[in-house]
Design a protein around this ligand. Structure first.
Ligand code: OOG
Ligand code: NI
Length: 465
């Protein structure tokens, strides 16, 4: 088999999934549940059941079943710069900047993922990558964190050699790819032996549980690996029925006929036994809570206008929920009510420029239209063009905040100071050594490219708004 970036990425994601299944068996159960939920959703929508059931893998795009996003948390610029190079070998690039200080976390993040429609369709593996912001820590914690992080190396020497080699050669051989996967997994593996003492761990954790998670271990263990479903409400119900420790509610927009952005739910973090070094270099038993299960449903990518409407509505939802001290049921009602303002209709989403679409020509356009300028709305009215939504491939920091919060207990006193801090995109880019890619411009470009290829096919001079 020929190993390109796409196959390497697919192979890596598969290997990571197998490793995570052995580390967190509940993850394997969740993946099985997602398959069942998707089967049930498809068969229900086609009024089938029992015999003659449709296998979801026969009707869903092949990316759905293998689609995963992982999450890791890093401590230093050197770690971020190397991870960036490691992901680049697999065709994954830093897309989007997430300022997590707004939720009280001394961290910021990006998502490494494929950029093009083709690469995403072949394998959409992505990794939400968080980095500690030393500037938002108290002095004592910062010193402790810097000391602990300085003496760890989360990459094997062989992996770094393979990254160098790939950068110089422009590719890896199939044997090198296999080695790259084996070596790369070490970076994400869970280690139950901490690199700090119990006392140090407690200091870190008191400032913020995530600081302890980032600083105390010899690798940047993957903390969740999320499959994609087509019916997250059903998965949520099944999780509850199976007695999984599911979160109370689904994060993100409410259920809609035409889904937008991203909806996620999770099961709570596991309490795991870890061993801390003590002063005689022996180990004492303790525990740590970090890894959890998560599932997601993806919807349409929104334009800047659409995203602003989404954010405005969500802000109103939060305000009303806080003011009324809403319970979970009440919150659902508030969410639904405010979201009535967001058109739930493909036609309106297109017409009001709220979401991104890929356009293609229909049978009616097969002979071309000749060199003239026509408006997009005219081409749609004449049914010369049709369109399909572009999937949202990114994350929702507010959702992430909810997940962080539900898993990590109480927050420290320094939380307010962190929340008042600004984002630091420049600092992030400097640490990483490359600029960030703006996610909205990627969607915009996909839409533009599709229109340009329609224009060329139809022989038009221009397609105008
Ligand atoms: C990252 C949380 C962000 C998501 O799905 O929004 C994330 C973390 O817990 O480290 O994965
Ligand atoms: Ni996640």
């Amino acid at each position: 088999m020929e190993w390109g970036q796409d196959t390497l990425r697919a192979g890596f994601c598969h290997a990571l999934s197998e490793m995570y299944k052995t580390e967190v068996p509940l993850y394997g159960d969740l993946v099985d549940l997602v398959w069942k939920a998707d089967a049930e959703a498809i068969n229900a929508s086609r009024k089938l059941g029992g015999a003659g059931m449709i296998d979801p893998d026969e009707v869903l795009p092949s990316r759905n079943r293998v689609e995963r996003h992982g999450a890791i948390r890093l401590g230093t610029a050197q770690e971020l710069a190397t991870i960036r190079r490691m992901f680049a070998v697999m065709g994954m690039y830093p897309v989007g900047y997430y300022d997590l200080s707004v939720a009280g976390f001394p961290m910021h993040a990006t998502a490494f993922r494929p950029k093009t429609r083709e690469a995403l369709a072949r394998h959409p593996f992505r990794v939400f990558t968080t980095v500690l912001r030393m500037d938002l820590l108290t002095e004592r914690t910062r010193d402790l964190a810097q000391r602990a992080l300085k003496q760890r190396n989360i990459f094997t020497n062989r992996l770094v050699a393979l990254i160098n080699h790939a950068e110089v050669q422009g590719h890896l051989t199939s044997d090198e790819c296999k080695e790259f996967i084996t070596e790369g997994l070490e970076t994400f593996r869970w280690h139950s032996k901490a690199t700090v003492t119990m006392e140090e761990y407690k200091i870190l954790k008191a400032e913020h549980p995530l600081i302890a998670d980032i600083v105390s271990f010899p690798s940047c263990h993957i903390n969740h690996l999320t499959p994609r479903t087509i019916d997250i409400d059903l998965v949520q119900k099944m999780m509850q029925d199976h007695g999984m420790p599911a979160k109370e509610r689904i994060e993100g927009p409410p259920r809609r006929a035409f889904p937008i952005l991203l909806r996620q739910t999770s099961f709570k973090a596991l309490e795991e036994t870890v061993y801390f070094r003590d002063s005689n270099n022996t180990y004492v038993k303790g525990s740590h809570t970090a890894r959890f299960g998560e599932v997601e449903q993806r919807g349409y990518a929104l334009t800047r206008k659409g995203r602003k409407l989404y954010d405005d509505i969500l802000a109103r939802v939060s305000k009303e929920a806080v003011e009324t001290g809403a319970t979970s049921d009440k919150y659902e009602e508030i969410l639904k009510r405010h979201f009535e303002e967001f058109p739930d209709d493909k036609f309106q989403l297109q017409e009001q420029n709220l979401a991104y679409f890929c356009y293609q020509t229909t049978q009616k356009g097969k002979d071309g239209l000749g060199s003239k300028t026509v408006s997009l709305s005219q081409l749609l009215a004449d049914r010369v063009l049709e369109y399909e939504p572009i999937t949202y491939e990114d994350f929702l920091p507010l959702s992430a905040g909810g997940i962080f919060n539900s898993n990590l207990g109480n927050t420290s006193q320094s939380k307010r100071l962190i929340m008042e801090a600004d984002g630091d995109l420049d600092g992030f880019q400097q640490m990483m050594g490359t600029p960030m890619i703006d996610e909205i411009s990627l969607y915009e470009q996909m839409q533009k490219d599709s229109l340009e290829s329609c224009r060329a096919k139809l022989g038009l001079t221009a397609i105008v708004e």
